[in-house]
Write a protein that binds this ligand. Structure first.
Ligand code: PEP
Length: 246
């Protein structure tokens, strides 16, 4: 059985001092045999966090990556630049980027390609809004989002991580029930299986108000291979408890 992956998404939170305190507490909490841990931090802190994580089992992640290699793209950071700082994972297509930065399925597919080409594992986020769920469109939406990524990255699709993050559950305190989450994860697994015989290798994470209290039940589902954790990843005891629940 593959190890679970518990990745924290700090979003636009942190400070030089707070990062030191959080990472010290996480490292003091110790490695967990049943799960791998990663922290996806704001770009300006990559250098600091890379240094703080030296010799640690916690991996470094970014929250976004450019769909371009270099050039006149003000404000962007390329996959090659991230790699120079020892970045192992990059979140791609988070719903906040889709919503506030207009990222389309095609852009998300390109970003996935750039990350893979640089040796960074993309954590590709998919998920439906509340209106889409209520309209019975959950499966259609997540399959469309993942299909774009599969189409552009076919031959190395088993190298990605997928995160199912229902938009209505992100930062709201509303979590998908384990059964609701498993149902969508099974759809995603089947879609991956149609694209690669190695679909079982792909980690499919659940994200959306995962916390110390609900993690164990979610992570016990057959196709839930870990978590992408926002708010609770900023509190060391909560993040450690989620990792231990895996
Ligand atoms: C996220 O931002 O990916 C997320 C899942 O956030 P939260 O855990 O706060 O809902």
């Amino acid at each position: 059985m593959k190890k679970k992956l518990i990745a924290g998404n700090w979003k636009m939170n942190g400070s030089l001092a707070a990062n030191v305190a959080l990472l010290q507490a996480l490292q003091a909490g110790g490695a967990n045999a049943s799960s791998d841990m990663a922290v996806c931090v704001p770009g300006v802190y990559l250098s600091q966090v890379a240094q703080l994580l030296q010799g640690s089992t916690i991996s470094l992640g970014a929250q976004d990556v450019s769909s371009f290699d270099s050039g006149a793209y003000t404000g962007e950071t390329s996959a090659g630049m991230l790699r120079e700082f020892g970045v192992r994972y990059a979140i791609v297509g988070h719903s906040e980027r889709r919503q506030y930065h207009g990222e389309t399925d095609a852009v998300v597919a390109m970003k996935t390609q750039k990350a893979l080409a640089a040796g960074i594992t993309p954590i590709v986020c998919v998920g439906e809004t509340l209106a889409e769920r209520e309209a019975g469109k959950t499966e259609e939406v997540v399959k469309r989002q993942l299909a774009a990524v599969i189409h552009a990255n076919g031959h190395c699709i088993s190298e990605i991580v997928v995160a199912y993050e229902p938009v209505w559950a992100i930062g709201t305190g509303k979590t998908a029930t384990p059964a609701q989450a498993q149902e969508v994860h099974a759809v995603l697994r089947a879609q991956l299986l149609a694209a690669t015989p190695q679909a079982d290798r792909v980690h499919i994470l659940y994200g959306g108000s995962m916390n110390a209290a609900n993690a164990a039940e979610l992570l016990a589902q057959k196709d839930i291979d870990g978590g992408l954790v926002g708010g609770a990843s900023l509190k060391a005891p909560d993040f450690l408890a989620i990792a231990a629940a895996a």
